[in-house]
Design a binder for this molecule. Structure first.
Ligand SMILES: [Zn+2]
Length: 250
């Protein structure tokens, strides 16, 4: 709301470098889009967390790409919704068409698209779930019947993920999500596509997939805008505030 009012009286600025011309100046847009792959790629974290679903990503979670996601989620730059949903859409398409079962679901019962549940702490801080509108926009690129539903909820308090190793993240999130009771019938037997913005260790997607399978989902795949490469993870441990906030993530 405040950002919308400011935009009325001040020229829009780039969300990353703050020069006039938003939501991204040509240079910052180019820096972010240069990390998008020509076609979405299947990605696997190293090490692979147990139960990690097959996950398609649109690009590499470079510094610029992470900064755009952070600006959207945590710096009140929600006008980046269109840009980010356009970047996410190819990964959704690739994941949704990756098996005959999923394609059949699109033609029949429908594909259940599940944004990962944010921690209660993140929800309180942001006041909303910024991933949801991105997913709602991006699924319009999917051919066939799609249902977007926040069927997952946290079952307990978890630690901030940003300073944790891959093993610690897996332990932190193990058993931390469950399908909401009222959504049980929707998940039973459903083909599911779990969506996150950025994939780091994969612990969040693995836990989401475990919870969906436990509730009877027939098949779970995943998609995200970007995935962090091992060497990129090391680089992001440098004290760059916006990147650290991304690592705090959901
Ligand atoms: Zn810029």
């Amino acid at each position: 709301m405040l950002a919308a009012l400011v935009d009325l009286v001040l020229p829009a600025t780039c969300a990353l470098c703050h020069v006039p011309g938003g939501p991204l100046c040509p240079g910052c847009r180019s820096a972010a889009t240069s990390s998008l792959h020509p076609v979405p790629r299947l990605t696997m974290p190293d090490p692979i967390p147990p139960g990690m679903p097959s996950c398609w990503v649109a690009g590499e979670a470079s510094r610029a790409l992470r900064a755009v996601v952070t600006a959207y989620k945590d710096e009140d730059r929600r006008e980046l919704r269109v840009t980010l949903s356009q970047w996410l859409a190819p990964a959704l398409r690739a994941a949704a068409s990756s098996s005959p079962e999923l394609r059949r679901a699109l033609r029949g019962r429908g594909l259940l698209v599940v944004p990962v549940s944010g921690s209660p702490r993140a929800r309180r801080r942001r006041g909303d779930v910024p991933l949801l509108p991105l997913v709602t926009d991006a699924v319009r690129a999917l051919p066939g019947r799609v249902v977007v539903a926040e069927v997952l909820e946290p079952t307990r308090v978890t630690r901030d993920q940003s300073s944790l190793s891959a093993t610690e993240r897996a332990t932190n999130l193990g058993g931390a999500m469950a399908v909401r009771v009222r959504h049980g019938p929707v998940v039973e037997g459903a083909m599911c596509l779990v969506v996150d913005d950025l994939v780091t260790t994969g612990a969040t997607l693995a836990e989401a997939a475990r919870a969906l399978r436990a509730a009877g989902s027939g098949h779970v795949v995943a998609a995200a805008i970007g995935a962090t490469r091992r060497h990129a993870e090391v680089a992001s441990r440098l004290p760059v505030p916006s990147l650290e906030r991304v690592r705090g993530g959901v």
